[in-house]
Structure formats: C-alpha cells, structure tokens
Design a protein around this ligand. Structure first.
Ligand SMILES: NC(=O)C1=CN([C@@H]2O[C@H](COP(=O)(O)OP(=O)(O)OC[C@H]3O[C@@H](n4cnc5c(N)ncnc54)[C@H](OP(=O)(O)O)[C@@H]3O)[C@@H](O)[C@H]2O)C=CC1
Ligand SMILES: CC[C@](O)(C(C)=O)C(=O)O
Ligand SMILES: [Mg+2]
Ligand SMILES: [Mg+2]
Length: 353
C-alpha cells in the first residue's frame, strides 16, 4: 500500500482543441469504443472518417449516425490521427494494412496498450504513438458525453516524434469527453497491466465468479433461485452504486450495522490469503506476458476454449432466472436499452456460432 498520491490529472482547461484543428481523425472500427469516439469527436467539431472493412456489418450504423465511412486504408491515408478501435486481436492485421499510409508526424492512437506493450505492433519511429483509454465501457463514453458529463480516462505517450504528442492526445481526450471528468497520465505498460488485471480478477472475472458462487451456494442449500438471484446479482448494482458515489464508506454507512459487521468479518473469510495468492498469480501472468501469449494462441486456433466458456456462461441457470425476473419487474429496461441489449445478445450468439 502507498501513501503517495502524485498522479497528474488533466481537465478541460489543460487541453487545447487547436491541436486537432485542420486534422482528420480516422476511427478504425465502430464497435463499443469506436462508435463513441467517432460520434463524440464529430460532435466536438473534429473532422472524422470511420474506417471499416468491405462488407462490414457496422457500416449501416456509422452512416445512420451521419458519419463518413471508408475502408481502413483509405481512412488512414487521408487522416493525420488514426485511432485504432478494432478488437485487440485483429489490430496487428489491420495495422499491417494501414502501415504504409502513415506519414512522418502522423499519430497512432489507442484505447488500450495490449499490442504496443506486448510487441504485436511495432510502429515506425517517425510517428506519434499515444493512448486515451476511457476507464469505461464504450456505450457509457457516448451516453456520458450526450448527458454533458465526463468519463474518466488515462493518457499515455509511447512515442513522441512530432514533439506535440501529449498536447494532441489531450485535445483528443477533451473531444471525446474524458477531460471533463479527468485524465490521469500513465504509461502503456501501466495501463495495459492494470487494465488486464482489473478486468480478469475484479471487474469482469472476479465479480461474475463471486456472483455465481454465491447463487449456487444458496440454491444448493435449498433456497429459491429467485431469492438467490436478487441477493447475489440484482442488489450488486445498488451496493456498487453507493461505492461509486462515495467510496466503501458510503456503502457501509447505508447498510445496516448487522450487514456491516457481517461483511467486515466474513468478507475476508471468502477472499482469504488463498484468493489473494491467486490474484498475485493472475497479475504475474499479465506481467510476464503469459496471458497475452495464451490469448494470441487461442485466437490463432479459432477461439475453441473462448467459445466453450462463453456458451457455459450463457447457459448458467442464473441467466435464465434473471431474464425471467427482469421481464416481470417494473424497473425493467426502457425500449431503447432493451433493443440495444437484444442487438448485443444477437452479436454474441452470432459470434458463438
Ligand atoms: N469495450 C470497451 O468498452 C473498451 C475497449 N477498450 C479497447 O478499445 C479497443 C476496441 O475495443 P472494442 O470497442 O471493445 O471493440 P469491438 O469488439 O466493439 O469492435 C468492433 C468493431 O471492430 C470491427 N472489426 C472487428 N473485426 C474486424 C476485422 N477483422 N477487421 C476490421 N474491423 C474489424 C467491427 O466491424 P465489423 O462490423 O466489420 O465486424 C466493429 O466495427 C480495444 O483496444 C479495447 O481493448 C478500452 C476500454 C474499454
Ligand atoms: C473492464 C473491461 C474493459 O477493460 C473496460 C470496459 O474498461 C474492457 O477491456 O472492455
Ligand atoms: Mg478497462
Ligand atoms: Mg480492457
């Protein structure tokens, strides 16, 4: 643990829009991050072209949102800033297609450092290589921007060939709404390793396993699946909302003393020394490149293990119970949210086939 708080944080006033004046930004990909960056940049007055492969299923959405679409090569050719927002695993192949379009002083911009940090993309020395990484799913980057709110993000400069890499990255961060909330300066290495660890051990992997283990423990002990769903999944959001607003303290203040005493004494029984050792192991595999290598090989093999695990997750009983209960309750989604999650579910099913 540290008692040092020396992070450098940049806000709107630290960013100078003019670093993107007279420049075109090519946003490669129109998925979670791509659609948000492209629309936020355009709404901030930046000239944007979206780069999508021939026959791309994203083309219709980008055009319907009023954006110009070209192939990745054409887009990179006309742009001075190329924002690489296709999935991490396809970035090296897309980069190979656009590499010859980059001119000295152009910028390669990322939202995550995987391919630079693990050496899967090795840009030439005469281009800037920067990162603005929103610490949020892409759909919220767009939603927050439209609500005139910000999304926290990270800034890193891997290569500064132009001498203006950081200023331009800050202008980019402002244009997508990140400096409204604050952008923390870091390195490609730190962003990559902390992001991978966080999503694996805590945010995505850790939380889903905790939820499923809690649900299964209650159901196996004879309690109803509905009770187990509400206790272990539904209320998670409400509890995390309190932590988000005011830290762990606001959550502890809001729950009963009984919950606070029980949580403070039993939480550490579940996340014990053994679990912490496992966390250290997960971090080590991120740091030494073992996870990255495994993920690259998994993709080369056509994602067999990924598909199988996705399928098992989708078929877990808690998903069926949740679908049914969410239908029955008055807080269920608005029509817009419903069609968005139906589209996402369809994408997942198609990807699984
Ligand atoms: N998801 C998130 O919220 C976050 C993501 N990031 C980072 O942002 C980057 C983008 O991730 P994310 O937004 O999740 O990506 P997505 O999976 O949402 O990207 C999908 C987009 O990429 C295109 N695409 C997919 N495969 C190819 C291909 N082989 N060739 C060309 N285009 C392709 C798709 O087009 P098509 O319709 O043609 O398939 C679609 O437009 C990554 O570096 C990620 O780590 C960082 C922070 C959060
Ligand atoms: C938590 C997952 C994430 O890192 C993110 C939304 O920040 C990602 O890679 O999608
Ligand atoms: Mg992340
Ligand atoms: Mg991530």
């Amino acid at each position: 643990m540290t008692d040092q708080y020396d992070a450098t944080i940049y806000y709107d006033d630290d960013a100078d829009d003019s670093y993107l004046n007279d420049k075109t930004v090519a946003v490669l990909g129109y998925g979670s991050q791509g659609h948000a960056h492209a629309q936020n940049l355009a709404d901030s007055g930046v000239d944007v072209v979206v780069g999508l492969r021939e026959g791309s299923s994203s083309r219709k959405a980008a055009e319907a949102d009023g954006l110009r679409v070209a192939t990745p090569t054409e887009a990179a050719s006309e742009a001075q800033v190329v924002s690489v927002l296709v999935p991490d695993t396809v970035q090296p192949a897309v980069y190979a297609d656009i590499e010859s379009e980059l001119e000295p002083g152009d910028t390669l911009q990322f939202a995550h450092g995987f391919n630079i940090h693990y050496g899967q993309i090795e840009p030439s020395e005469d281009v800037d290589v920067t990162m603005i990484a929103p610490k949020s799913p892409g759909h919220l980057v767009r939603r927050n921007y439209q609500a005139e709110e910000g999304t926290p993000g990270l800034l890193a400069v891997y290569q500064d060939a132009s001498g203006e890499a950081k200023e331009e990255a800050l202008a980019y961060g402002k244009a997508i709404g990140c400096t409204r909330a604050g952008v923390v300066e870091t390195s490609f290495q730190e962003e990559t390793e902390t992001d991978l660890f966080g999503e694996q051990a805590v945010l995505c992997g850790g939380v889903t396993e905790l939820i499923k283990a809690g649900y299964e423990t209650l159901v196996d002990a004879g309690y109803s699946p509905e009770m187990a769903y509400f206790e272990c999944l539904n209320e998670m959001k409400l509890i995390v909302d309190l932590m988000y607003e005011g830290g762990l303290g606001e959550m502890w203040d809001s729950v009963s003393d009984t919950a606070e005493y029980g949580g403070l004494t039993r939480g550490e029984v579940v996340v014990d020394d053994h679990a912490r050792e496992k966390m250290e192991q997960v971090l080590e595999e991120v740091q030494n490149g073992e996870f990255a290598q495994q993920w690259i090989v998994e993709n080369q093999a056509g994602r067999p293990s990924y598909r199988q695990k996705r399928k098992a997750e989708k078929n877990h009983e808690i998903e069926e119970v949740g679908d049914r209960l969410r239908e029955l309750f008055a807080w269920s989604e608005t029509e817009d949210e419903e069609s968005e999650s139906e589209e996402k579910e369809q994408e997942r099913v198609t990807a699984d086939d």
